[in-house]
Design a protein around this ligand. Sequence first.
Ligand SMILES: NC(=O)C1=CN([C@@H]2O[C@H](COP(=O)(O)OP(=O)(O)OC[C@H]3O[C@@H](n4cnc5c(N)ncnc54)[C@H](OP(=O)(O)O)[C@@H]3O)[C@@H](O)[C@H]2O)C=CC1
Ligand SMILES: CC(C)(CO)C(=O)C(=O)O
Length: 317
Amino acid sequence: MKIAIAGFGALGARVGVMLQRAGHDVIGIDGWAAHIAAINTKGLTVTEDDGSSKKYFIPVMTPKEVTGEFDLVILLTKTPQLDRMLTDIQPLITKQTQLLVLSNGLGNVEVMAKHVSSQQIIAGVTLWTSDLVQPGEIHVTGTGSIKLQAIDHADITAVVTALNEAGLNAEVSDNVVEAIWHKAGINSVLNPLTVLLDANIAEFGTAGNGMDLALNILDEIKQVGDAAGVNVDVNSILSDLSNLLKPENAGNHYPSMYQDIQAGKRTEIDFLNGYFAKLGRENHIATPFNALVTRLIHAKEDIERVKLAKQQETFEI
Ligand SMILES: NC(=O)C1=CN([C@@H]2O[C@H](COP(=O)(O)OP(=O)(O)OC[C@H]3O[C@@H](n4cnc5c(N)ncnc54)[C@H](OP(=O)(O)O)[C@@H]3O)[C@@H](O)[C@H]2O)C=CC1
Ligand SMILES: CC(C)(CO)C(=O)C(=O)O
């Protein structure tokens, strides 16, 4: 299958490598010049927990440089970047192209619907993880899975087969909206709390009150879900959280939001806790924990951006 990974960052690179190893024709689309240059000259370095590393040669280019047609585009930008990416890759999308979004957060399908027909959209969520170490290098840990569903009854058999050939553990969901909310519940706990507590996922699990905080956040999401007609199974989210704490799953991983903060980037908080707080306000449901977490993460984004700018100034002097 001819596959483009649009957003060849931490997770896109991991997914791309797995698909290429399974024999698919994969290219990466990205805009980060140093990352593209490193991969195209020296290969993508993938390191594992035991310190071993391997190099993979996958062509990576900017949206403008890509030509050709693709059977599948896997969208793995950060959620606020999705709209722009879809605009940039518009010339590469034919009526036959299927687009699978695996980015976290709520609202991705609505953004895709502005660019392509509903027949082309596959909504998904993933528990795979990856950390970007430096341009051209990712660190991968544990295993994961993907849940996906065509939003308008399109045949996605070939896509599911390709993902499973690559060992990505893909499963067709009969209610992907619920799966997306479920994953957003997991992210609304782990992503901001690991940033605010400066911990990886396993370290977060050692906080005595970690699961109480999780419950505070999830109870609000459950109430908002009830108002929106989406069932949120808090116990099932808590059970997934416990599994993720294990090193063989995602324990050694720093969530993508932690990585954004470190890089001085805008986070996805408005599409996670911020989204739930907004829905809460619209439906007169109190969401103090999600609202506070959102404000704290925005404050942290500001602090880290200023710190990074100061470091760069010092570096330039
Ligand atoms: N990392 C992880 O372990 C996990 C991540 N996720 C989710 O997957 C998604 C991707 O995460 P992650 O891989 O960590 O993110 P990254 O920021 O590492 O990767 C996204 C890449 O897309 C590039 N990009 C975005 N927009 C454009 C554009 N218009 N043109 C060209 N390049 C573009 C970015 O470049 P630039 O930096 O220049 O903007 C970046 O290199 C997120 O929604 C995240 O929440 C889900 C599960 C786990
Ligand atoms: C691995 C996980 C679930 C951590 O919250 C994730 O989705 C992320 O890093 O954004």
